[in-house]
Design a protein around this ligand. Structure first.
Ligand SMILES: C[S@@+](CC[C@H](N)C(=O)[O-])C[C@H]1O[C@@H](n2cnc3c(N)ncnc32)[C@H](O)[C@@H]1O
Length: 334
């Protein structure tokens, strides 16, 4: 009997994501009615100049979390394809950094912003370079996390810098509303003045401070629900939710030249932004595509607005006042 032909199964989005981008063509994800996400494979210094939105200066927001020159193998164990993060001298690393920064600066619209996630080692050099290129610093934020590497000879490192620059302060996109959080006046002091504000801000809320921590803000490790196996440098979804919602609008173009496990793409896509990512490692790029297809682990809307108070209430709750947390950064975040 002749073998019966089974109809070719419709390829699911996740099967396409599982292939990821190739050297010759980007991975493109465009579900019906949603903004497109595109992922390119290779060195961002080669790829960025070929991307239409970059060539035309149409990017609204760049978020970059580059390799830190810290001898991380960036998933060599999985594929053998890796960015060799330990081979650069300081001057080589700076030349590399200036090259990708300049490509990103050229890509951004006059109303656009550039964020860089970077450790102490290189933050100052990057700030100096961006200022020399005419960008304006909006904030020098700090992402504080627990579970830094234990040390005896110096203080334990427990932060990364989130450097926030714009091209033109008068034109920059800035949306405080989606990132507002419960103020200490409400959660600790039950201060009536915060419930009747005259500065145009909603009652009991404030723009977050420039040091970022709190529930879900710990490093993505251990039993954290967001954790993807094989990525030790994955950023938490809350971090990108804050960056993308305050400095871009739905439909805007968001670019990440160092996509890694894909957190920027996951959040940008979920928030209705057009997304473009570059990644050197095939394994990382493929995981990023899978994550973009699946969407965020957290309920982004529900996570917003928590109190980050480091003290519990100091007074008896006033009637009807919403109380907040009272604990500093949590790292378990499961
Ligand atoms: C710090 S990780 C990014 C992590 C990411 N933010 C996340 O949440 O998963 C840096 C990534 O940049 C990639 N990379 C390093 N050099 C690159 C280059 N020249 N072009 C593109 N990607 C590069 C590495 O393979 C690594 O995945």
């Amino acid at each position: 009997m002749a073998p019966t032909k089974t109809p070719a199964k419709k390829k699911s989005a996740s099967a396409r994501a599982a292939r990821g981008p190739t050297k010759s063509s980007p991975w493109v994800h465009k579900p019906r009615g949603k903004a497109e996400a595109r992922v390119y494979l290779g060195d961002c210094r080669d790829i960025l100049p070929t991307i239409p939105e970059v060539k035309k200066g149409q990017v609204d927001l760049v978020f970059a979390d580059p390799p830190f020159n810290w001898a991380r193998d960036y998933d060599r164990h999985q594929t053998g394809q890796t960015w060799d993060d330990k081979s650069m001298s300081a001057s080589e690393y700076l030349a590399f950094t200036h090259a990708w920064l300049d490509l990103c600066i050229g890509a951004i619209k006059p109303s656009g912003s550039l964020w860089v996630n970077i450790p102490d080692t290189w933050a100052a050099e990057i700030v100096v370079h961006l200022k020399a290129r005419g960008l304006t610093m909006v904030n020098w934020c700090v992402w504080h996390y627990r579970f830094g590497q234990n040390t005896r000879g110096k203080f334990i490192n427990s932060k990364l810098h989130a450097l926030y620059f714009c091209k033109d302060p008068a034109l920059k996109t800035w949306n405080p509303d989606p990132v507002l959080e419960i103020s200490d006046r409400r959660s600790i002091y039950f201060d009536a003045r915060t419930e009747d504000k005259r500065d145009g801000m909603p009652a009991g809320l404030r723009v977050p401070m420039d040091v970022w921590y709190g529930r879900y803000w710990g490093r993505v490790q251990g039993n954290n629900k967001e954790r993807r196996h094989g990525h030790d440098n994955q950023l938490p979804e809350v971090y990108l939710d804050r960056v993308i919602s305050c400095s871009s609008n739905p439909g805007d173009v968001v670019l990440d030249p160092f996509l890694g496990s894909g957190t920027t793409g996951v959040v940008a896509h979920a928030l209705g932004r057009r997304f473009i990512g570059c990644e050197y490692s095939k394994a990382n790029a493929t995981h990023a595509c899978e994550r973009i297809t699946l969407g965020p682990i957290r309920d982004l809307e529900a996570m917003r607005g928590d109190s980050t108070a480091i003290h519990g209430p100091r007074r008896k709750s006033a009637r009807g006042a919403r109380t907040g947390g009272g604990a500093a950064s949590s790292s378990a975040d499961a």
